[in-house]
Design a protein around this ligand. Structure first.
Ligand SMILES: [Zn+2]
Length: 142
C-alpha cells in the first residue's frame, strides 16, 4: 500500500503523525512504529502529486492519501484522511504550526466519482434490471 501525505505545510505532517500515534516526522517522511518501537511503515510527505502518478500507485498496490487532497486524487485512493479545521483558518496570513496542531483533525473518507451517463454525461442515471438507464437522455446500456 502506498501512503502519501499531500501538503505544503510542515504542521500538517506533524498533525498526521500525532493522529496516527507511534509516529514521527523525519525529513520528508512520516515514520510509523510498531509496539516494539520498530519501524513498520512510512508515509511519504510531498507538496505535489499528479494524477498520472497517483493512478500508477493506486494500480500498483493501492493508495492511501493524507492531507488536503483534491477530489480527483481522492477518488483514486482507497481511503483519504482529510485534514479539517475546527474553526475558520486565519485570513491573509500563513497558518502557524501551532495553529495547525490546535485546530486540525483528520477525518477518513472514501471518495468515489458519481455514475454518469456514457452518452450525455448526466448524473441522473439509475440501475435497472439489466443495466443502467439515463433519465436525462433515455440512453440505456449495460
Ligand atoms: Zn444520458
Amino acid at each position: 500500500m502506498n501512503k502519501i501525505c499531500l501538503t505544503r505545510h510542515a504542521g500538517v505532517a506533524e498533525l498526521v503523525a500525532r493522529y496516527l500515534g507511534r509516529a514521527d516526522v523525519r525529513g520528508q517522511e512520516i515514520v510509523l512504529y510498531d509496539l516494539n518501537g520498530e519501524v513498520h511503515d512510512t508515509i511519504a510527505v510531498v507538496s505535489h502529486l499528479d494524477a498520472d502518478e497517483a493512478r500508477r500507485l493506486a494500480r500498483k498496490s493501492g493508495l492511501v492519501l493524507y492531507g488536503v487532497v483534491p477530489l480527483h486524487l481522492a477518488a483514486l485512493a482507497q481511503l483519504v484522511f482529510a485534514v479539517e479545521w475546527d474553526c475558520a483558518p486565519p485570513r491573509g496570513r500563513e497558518m502557524s504550526a501551532e495553529w495547525v496542531r490546535r485546530h486540525g483533525r483528520l477525518v477518513p473518507y472514501v471518495v468515489r466519482p458519481a455514475a454518469t451517463c456514457d452518452v450525455c454525461g448526466s448524473v441522473d442515471v439509475e440501475s435497472v434490471a439489466e443495466g443502467v438507464q439515463c433519465r436525462a437522455c433515455g440512453a440505456y446500456y449495460d
